[in-house]
Design a protein around this ligand. Structure first.
Ligand code: ZN
Ligand code: FE
Length: 259
């Protein structure tokens, strides 16, 4: 196994704050969660790339909306979760399945991460993670279809990946997430440092994504539900000590919904 992937990962911005991630090697490309076809096609044309595969994490329109139009130009496999709300998938995958993108030289393992939606999946390979709308930089997604214990367990699965794993989430929500994280843990020094370095990136209009799992474990309150300061913040919201990390997670997530 090589030390680092032998392909490039490029963000194609879409909508207000989405990143559609393009993987490229030579003349071949693949795309993760193409919510809009137009910016992807513009990028492929400009770079003279040929699309060879599509990976989907969940059924929301800002993640799958561009697939039909891409398939008109490129007859390629579409990998995605078992979810009847996505009808364009050609290869359904479940926990532990491997997705091989031969022309990109990449292999990913499927990780089921229910919570944001019930069928949400992530793709992991060679310390690269595409996690859609589950883990965000310094935050996590809303639970539209899952329970707090389920979402907490999904995030814990991602937190267990090697700390130098780079994760590519689908939205640039980082600065708002950091503002909330500071409210939860005002004394977290790593978080204070992150606030400065990520703000510097945003001032230059650069993405704060990818981030690493290790940095999340140090700064992301949703991955820190066993830390005394986060438990204390949850207790202050609940008016009692949370019974376990999942309950701490639930209290913090509820707070974020109203922040
Ligand atoms: Zn979503
Ligand atoms: Fe999304």
């Amino acid at each position: 196994m090589p030390e680092a992937p032998d392909y490039q990962i490029v963000p194609v911005p879409a909508f207000k704050d989405n990143y559609l991630w393009v993987l490229r090697k030579g003349a071949a490309a693949a795309v993760v969660d193409p919510g809009d076809a137009a910016p992807v096609l513009a990028y492929l044309d400009r770079e003279q790339l040929r699309l060879t595969a599509i990976l989907l994490t969940h059924h929301h329109a800002d993640h799958i909306g561009g697939v039909p139009q891409l398939l008109k130009r490129f007859k390629v496999p579409v990998h995605g979760p078992r979810d009847e709300r996505i009808d364009c998938i050609t290869h359904h995958v479940v926990e532990g399945d491997r997705v091989e993108l031969a022309q990109i030289g990449a292999t990913f393992q499927v990780i089921e991460v229910p919570g944001h939606t019930r069928a949400h999946i992530a793709y992991y390979g060679e310390k690269v993670l595409f996690c859609g709308d589950t883990l965000f930089a310094c935050g996590c997604a809303r639970m539209f279809e899952g329970t707090p214990p389920q979402m907490h367990a999904s995030l814990q699965k991602l937190a267990a990946l090697p700390s130098d794993t780079r994760f590519y989430c689908a939205h640039e929500y980082t600065m708002a997430n950091i503002a909330f994280a500071k409210a939860v843990e005002p004394g977290n020094q790593a978080l204070a440092e992150r606030a400065l370095s990520d703000a510097a990136l945003r001032e230059k209009n650069l993405p704060t994504v990818p981030a690493t799992i290790g940095r999340e474990i140090a700064t992301n309150p949703f991955l820190r539900c066993a830390q005394p300061e986060v438990i204390a913040a949850a207790a202050a919201r609940l008016g009692r000590t949370p019974a376990n990390p999942a309950e701490t997670f639930a209290a913090i997530r509820d707070w974020k919904n109203n922040f």
